[in-house]
Design a protein around this ligand. Structure first.
Ligand code: IMP
Length: 221
């Protein structure tokens, strides 16, 4: 039995589903990829979809699980990201638990305070944010993009911008915490900003890869 791939139509716009219900994230990705022949959708554009639990041990696991599950359920290429903070003196914690470090219902402020308590008396303040982005097709294969931003955990929160651990993450080259940077400054140097900048730069090739992996095999014999 022989199969041959269908011809790939390079002009046709493709749909890419962002595995999120966060409108800010969708809007940001739309802006980033506005010059490419891609129609960005997110989970709110479809009916109810079972929620996938982020049970992976790495950002990579979680990003891939979210992207491939969404791609399989919807039959469309999907993009998902996962990120968090790794602190040297805490052996990489909170890591994949960054979002629920102080319990599911805790606020960003409570998470920051818990981390500062854990760090009391520790002189090694090194930490890094990491981000992994996975772009998957329904048949399973995926592309992975990773980026990292290194900094130091402060002794106390400072700054009002950003979210999450931004007020306690000091970025030495700018001599400011992430919460003291403008959004534009943060996007240029952050883990997420760098991962998405690489995706933007490579998006022509990513589109070719998606088209090749979405083309339906044609049975010829
Ligand atoms: P997510 O995978 O992007 O949802 O990130 C998981 C958690 O990591 C967030 O809830 C935050 O606590 C933390 N986090 C990720 N990125 C950042 C950031 O840029 N600044 C501060 N905290 C972050």
């Amino acid at each position: 039995m022989f199969y041959v791939s269908c011809e790939v139509d390079v002009q046709k716009s493709i749909i890419l589903v962002i595995a999120t219900r966060n409108k800010g994230k969708t809007a940001e990705i739309k802006r980033l990829l506005k010059n490419y022949p891609v129609e960005i959708k997110d989970l709110d554009d479809f009916g109810p979809i079972p929620q996938i639990k982020e049970t992976g041990q790495t950002f990579d696991d979680n990003a891939y699980k979210k992207a491939s599950f969404t791609a399989r359920v919807l039959g469309l290429p999907a993009l998902a990201d996962d990120s968090g903070l790794l602190v040297e003196a805490l052996n990489g914690a909170p890591g994949v638990y960054s979002g629920r470090y102080a319990g599911e219902a805790a606020t960003d402020e409570e998470r920051c305070l818990k981390l500062l308590n854990e760090m009391a008396g520790k002189s090694d303040r090194r930490a890094a944010f990491e981000c992994v982005v996975s772009i998957a097709v329904p048949s399973g294969p995926a592309l992975t993009y990773e980026a990292r931003c290194e900094g130091l955990i402060t002794e106390a929160p400072s700054g009002l911008g950003g979210f999450g651990y931004d007020p306690i993450f000091f970025y030495p080259p700018h001599k400011k915490t992430f919460a003291e940077l403008t959004i534009q400054e943060k996007n240029r140097i952050s883990h997420r900003g760098k991962a998405f900048a690489e995706i933007k730069d490579e998006f022509d090739r990513i589109l070719i890869w998606i088209r090749q992996h979405m083309s339906i095999p044609e049975k010829v014999k």
